[in-house]
Every structure is written in C-alpha cells, then in structure tokens.
Design a protein around this ligand. Structure first.
Ligand code: NI
Length: 136
C-alpha cells in the first residue's frame, strides 16, 4: 500500500463522508479506494466507445466562474457536428445544469466530454449513452 495526502474542500469531504455512512463504510480509506476504482472503470468504459453513438452529456457548473461560459460555448461550437441539442436549467443562484444531446463518432464524443471536464468551474460532466449495440 502507498500512502497519499490530498486536499479537499470541507463541504466535499462532508458530503463524501455522508455517502460513506449511507453505504455502510467503516473506513474512509476503503471508500476512497472504491471511488477511485469506479472512476477508473468509468474511464475505461468511455475510452472503449463504439464508432457511432448517441447519448447525453450532463454538465453542472458555476456560471459565475470567470471565462467559464465563453469556454463552454466555444467548446460546443468546436464540436457542433456531434451536438444535436442543448437544454439549460438554472439550478440555483450560481449553479447551472446543461444537458447536451450528442450523436456521432464515439471518439469525438469522448474528446468533447474530456474537454468539458477540464473547464474550470465545471463540477460534474457525465456521459450517458444509449445502447446502439442493442439497437443493431
Ligand atoms: Ni443557468
């Protein structure tokens, strides 16, 4: 085992601890190990997307973060060939949710999700794909 030390916002850690309690974890380290495993599995899922996919990308962000809106809009324009539609919800004073419907090349969709995730102020970005394997 290796030991690491990480910095987290207090609120995020409180929420994480709450989830761990609900799931019945007794050790925070065990919860973190499982969370890291899920993250890796999710990544390998997204890095093995089929050639053509359709799905939605849900994004939650703080719209008051400077330059976030320009970056997000710029990125969506750059990937306009895969973006079919966008739905915007104003969640509360600061947070917005955008549901972006995508369709097209799996690798382009993956690239798009990775780009959106790295925009500062984006708190959450998740791709849900429909299952074209089942349709064909
Ligand atoms: Ni909004």
């Amino acid at each position: 085992m290796e030991r690491i030390s990480i910095s987290l916002p207090e609120k995020l850690l409180r929420e994480f601890d709450r989830v761990l309690r609900e799931k019945g974890y007794v050790s925070r380290s065990e919860g973190i190990r499982d969370a890291i495993r899920s993250y890796i599995i999710e990544h390998s899922h997204i890095s093995n997307l089929p050639a053509e996919i359709a799905g939605t990308v849900s994004v939650i962000y703080d719209h008051e973060k400077s330059e976030l809106l320009e970056k997000l809009t710029h990125t969506q324009h750059e990937f306009s060939e895969i973006i079919q539609s966008t739905l915007h919800l104003h969640l509360d004073r600061r947070n917005c949710m955008e549901v972006i419907v995508v369709r097209g090349s799996g690798s382009r969709v993956r690239e798009f999700v990775d780009r959106v995730k790295t925009i500062k102020g984006v708190k959450f970005a998740k791709l849900t794909t429909s299952v074209p394997e089942v349709l064909s």
